[in-house]
Design a protein around this ligand. Structure first.
Ligand code: FES
Length: 165
């Protein structure tokens, strides 16, 4: 048993200092990634290379950190983000068919962005509005009961117009 707890604290303090430095760098990195994504809409590879040099963090580590968080994207995204809920209630009420229609109408697959970068189409887990299934979102706006030809057509138009009413 160490008779002098101060020595122990010094040891831990040294490790703590290293951890703090690493944590500090990680904090700066995440902040920088947010700023880059806000400016570009995604994380361009050449910008990440520059960031790696500036922060003296290996590029692989930057990709590792950025990949961990779903909010970061490595490919350009559309002006609008459309997400079709693939939670159970929505799936049962036709989410798969709705996605297929959107893929066909906008010439993209799920996870892709239209050629004109107007829209990115994605799927998402339950968004918490199961009573309105099938549900999708256009950016942060929830659109419910997208079922039946007429309603789906309205939804397609809403994506084009940006009107979620
Ligand atoms: S399953 Fe789609 S909102 Fe819950």
């Amino acid at each position: 048993m160490d008779a002098n707890p101060i020595h122990r604290e010094d040891d831990i303090g040294a490790v703590g200092k290293i951890l703090t430095e690493r944590e500090r760098k990680k904090g700066i990195l995440i902040h920088a990634l947010h700023a880059i994504q806000e400016e570009n809409g995604y994380l361009p590879g050449d910008v990440l290379k520059t960031l790696s040099l500036k922060l003296n963090i290996p590029l692989a580590d930057i990709y590792s950190v950025a990949s961990f968080y779903k909010m970061f994207h490595f490919k350009p995204r559309g002006k609008k983000i459309v997400k079709v809920c693939f939670g159970t209630a929505c799936y049962v009420r036709g989410a798969k068919q709705l996605l297929a229609i959107l893929e066909e109408r906008f010439h993209v697959k799920s996870g892709e962005t239209t050629a004109d970068r107007a829209m990115t189409l994605e799927t998402v887990g339950c968004v918490g509005c199961c009573g309105l299934a099938p549900v999708s979102t256009i950016d942060d706006e929830v659109v419910g009961e997208i079922i039946g030809e007429k309603r789906i057509e309205q939804f397609v138009q809403a994506i084009k117009d940006g009107d979620t009413a």
